[in-house]
Design a protein around this ligand. Structure first.
Ligand code: URA
Length: 481
């Protein structure tokens, strides 16, 4: 029975060559055995000539070649035989490469994954110490590492590229890699060498303890990424027990020191006027603003920078009511100045409506949001919040006395008409608002901004423009009557 001994380096290419020779000689898997040895070349049955090839093409799926080039580095002594057995089958049945239920393929894929993981560990956990003359033009380093598989050779091109400006050796029990002036060479494996303490190690330890974030400690993940067996060769791991022991108290200290609100609006919140016991009666727009600024009728005042009052001329015939201030409005204290406001401005222009002649306000005067990191993400106001804020909108209506109100979106419609029916069904219609005031219903401009499909956005923008034209025409009829 032929036996193939593969060399310790270049094992992947040697296996490919030997497997091709066996396949061409039609040697079935059960009649060949394999091993990896110190030999420098492939040996067939201890010195025998390679088996004679029989004519005929052999097609091997490229995915198998890729798989074999990884599996060859696995430590399992059966890996070459398993590869050859699967090769024997896959040549006859190339579709096997896609058969997720095939047990042989599954076993090979698991080996491939193990090699892949080990390669990652070699690249991440090798730690060099300087040896030799530090003033020499090319400094020299050495490292000791114990990979789980034979991964030093496939990792060599990475190290040669990454540390192109230095000479180094990486010793493992199986092989030693030397890179000198960019030339890669291997030697038989060695015992762990005596490596000097390195001055750079101190820097590395300081760096590691500084970047260690106790709030992110996930011991399971840490051990999965950096299993304990690698710790002994990583200088920084000597710090881990102490860092972990102190993690909890450091997290507590970090939490106590952390700002509770994003700094850019915290100042404005602190400077807010104190709330009066009850909202006073409305008098002028200015006093209404002052009252709104001190509103605590619902909890939304707590997180917002300020109340955003309505703005526009007191004799405006047309009033627009939105939902609530957005991020920009909250910071600037003016309604419709953010992205939705800019879109509204554009379409008002196209619809022949002068924003300066209209009164713009919102159903809710404080910005409601949820925090995502440092970002404040809009959250819809609840029915209770809309109703708590209705007093301000009623007073704005009393003061301005518009002839027509345009409700932009569902929250405004709810506040003005009391109905929560879907806005898309009601848009374009006119309903009765407070005291029988006509309320023209349409969508909110941010509905358009949220549409992902550009064609749908274009169509909806045109519909919104038509709604605003219809509202203007209705107002003109009211004014002419
Ligand atoms: N959305 C609104 O409803 N109102 C604004 O003021 C801004 C965005």
């Amino acid at each position: 029975m032929p036996h193939v001994t593969l060399p310790k380096t270049g094992t992947d290419k040697a296996w490919r060559e030997a497997a091709r020779a066996c396949l061409q000689a039609r040697i079935p898997p059960e009649q060949v055995s394999w091993s990896r040895g110190p030999a420098e070349d492939i040996l067939f049955a201890e010195g025998e000539a390679p088996p004679a090839a029989k004519p005929g093409p052999i097609r091997v799926p490229p995915a198998f070649v890729e798989l074999a080039s990884q599996v060859c580095w696995h430590r399992d002594p059966e890996r070459f035989a398993r590869l050859y057995a699967f090769l024997w089958r896959v040549v006859a049945q190339p579709a096997l490469m896609q058969d997720a239920a095939d047990r042989d393929l599954t076993a090979l894929r698991n080996m491939e994954r193990a090699v892949h993981r080990d390669l990652h560990k070699v690249k991440a956990f090798v730690r060099f110490r300087e040896i030799g003359d530090r003033t020499a033009p090319r400094r020299r380093f050495a490292a000791w590492f114990e990979p789980a598989h034979y991964t030093l050779e496939p990792a060599a091109p990475f190290f040669a590229r990454r540390f192109a400006d230095m000479d180094f050796s990486i010793a493992t029990p199986d092989l030693v890699l030397h890179v000198e002036d960019g030339t890669v060479r291997f030697e038989e494996g060695a015992d762990r060498p005596e490596l000097p303490e390195d001055a750079a190690e101190e820097l590395w330890l300081t760096y590691f303890s500084n970047i260690f974030n106790p709030a992110r400690v996930k011991l399971d993940r840490m051990l999965a990424e950096m299993p304990k067996k690698y710790w002994k060769n990583l200088p920084e791991t000597a710090l881990i027990p102490d860092l972990l022991a102190g993690a909890e108290s450091r997290v507590r200290a970090m939490a106590e020191a952390a700002p509770t609100r994003a700094p850019f609006y915290a100042k404005a919140i602190a400077a807010r006027p104190k709330a009066p016991a009850a909202p006073p009666e409305a008098g002028s727009l200015a006093s209404l603003r002052a009252e709104e600024a001190a509103c605590t009728r619902c909890p939304l005042f707590e997180g917002a920078t300020q109340a955003v009052p309505g703005e526009g001329p007191l004799d405006a015939p047309l009033m627009f009511v939105g939902e609530q201030p957005g991020d920009q409005e909250d910071l600037q204290g003016r309604p419709f100045v953010g992205p939705a406001g800019q879109l509204l401005d554009d379409i008002l222009n196209q619809a022949g409506i002068d924003r300066r002649r209209a009164f713009l306000t919102n159903a809710v005067k404080h910005f409601k949001y949820t925090l995502k990191g440092k970002r404040r993400i809009h959250a819809s106001p609840s029915g209770g919040e809309i109703s708590a804020c209705r007093t301000w909108l009623s007073q704005e209506l009393t003061l301005v006395k518009p002839r027509l109100v345009v409700a932009l979106g569902a929250s405004a419609a709810e506040s003005l008409t009391g109905s929560r029916e879907g806005i898309l069904k009601r848009r374009g219609s006119i309903e009765d608002g407070p005291g029988g005031l006509p309320v023209f219903l349409t969508v909110h401009p941010s509905f358009l901004l949220r549409l992902p499909d550009p064609v749908a956005r274009e169509m909806e923008t045109e519909r919104f423009r038509q709604d605003l034209v219809a509202a203007r025409e209705h107002l003109e009829r009211l004014m002419a009557a």
